[in-house]
Design a binder for this molecule. Sequence first.
Ligand code: 7TS
Length: 416
Amino acid sequence: MLTIDEQISKIREDFPILNRKVRGNKDLVYLDNAATTQKPKQVIDTISNYYLEINANVHRGIHALSEEASELYEQSHKKVSDFVNSKFEEMIFTKNTTESINIVANGLEDILSKGDEIVLTRYEHHANLIPFQQVAKKTGAVIKFIENDDNYNLDMQSAENIVNDNTKFISFPHMSNVIGSITPAKELTKLGHEYGAMVHLDAAQSVPHMKVDVKDLDVDFMSFSGHKMLAPMGTGGLYGKEELLEKLHPFLFGGDMIEYVSYEEATWNVLPWKFEAGTPNVAGGLGLGAAVDYLENIGMDRVSQIEHYLTKHAMKRLEELDFITVYGPDANSRGGVISFNIIGGDNGMFVHPHDVAALMDERGIAIRAGHHCAQPLVTQIMKLPATSRMSFYIYNTIEEIDFAINSLVDVNKMFN
Ligand code: 7TS
């Protein structure tokens, strides 16, 4: 068995981009994995092999290439559905979490009516907020928010106070992309079901990082992005329980999603194709399958272990620095996302995250600064203009984290 550091070195060999230089001759230190991850050779080869050897539309032709493309595309659906323990029919390929959530929210327009309640959390990424704001406007439903405790963990007591017989739909993130806190997904789902509500999990920040089992969690819908788990840009997934997907109105209409069409009307194709209208991103879908193979080869428990190892180290080092404020729970109850600010060095100055990120970038370090597409959380709850954020994945090293943190010491010296 390799040590974690040895395994990371081995994994890095599959990611040629990690050897590139940026900003002159600086080694790239990529710590923006919550936004998107890098792609291993195995995924890139799958995409180029599709275009070099197979390229054809799926589900249309009876010629050899179309048959091969269709077979591989379906195999990829099978891999992804197995990955989260769903049935084949229950896994729809989308272009990202945002599209997945919009499919669900669109379907709610037929289901919700005036006075019904949608329950969200204070963490929401805009993708898990705005689609429901729109549904609420169209249907007259009301949105309520579960509060956090002082450490930005979801407060189950608040959830119990808010969820009631009027609650028809609950949506929440499995892990916050700002704070890194992990929500009690199983408990909250159970609470929703006790009141007959449907539950959607925004798993954009969990499916790439931990073993997620939709049957065990018992969520009704779940959205995630392939591009945040080594797969190509423009890939994602939506899981839905079969009986609910059967009821849900399709989002896009056209080719491939139909069974029978006349000039007057149409009937819908079987699942999952009912929700995959038009020519899909076949190369992307195959790449997503290859990414799942790659992660399963490492093992999702090992993926979590590697990230926890990196996060624990980073948290320990950051906590030693009195000019750094880290937001959210301690290393043991968070994922590999760390939001922080430089506040209160010798001059007590708040260094704007955009300055921090720009100075880190000069050293070749990619971090994200801003509200991370969760503006209400950062500005209304945390009452900050922005945070800096480091986020890790399986190819990051302790040396990279040390270099980033030593660079924060330098940045602070420039201001304080
Ligand atoms: N939900 C969560 C929890 C996210 O972190 C993101 C993306 C999304 C939904 C939307 O995913 P998309 O693939 O549809 O864009 N989060 C981030 C981020 O933290 N930085 O850039 C994108």
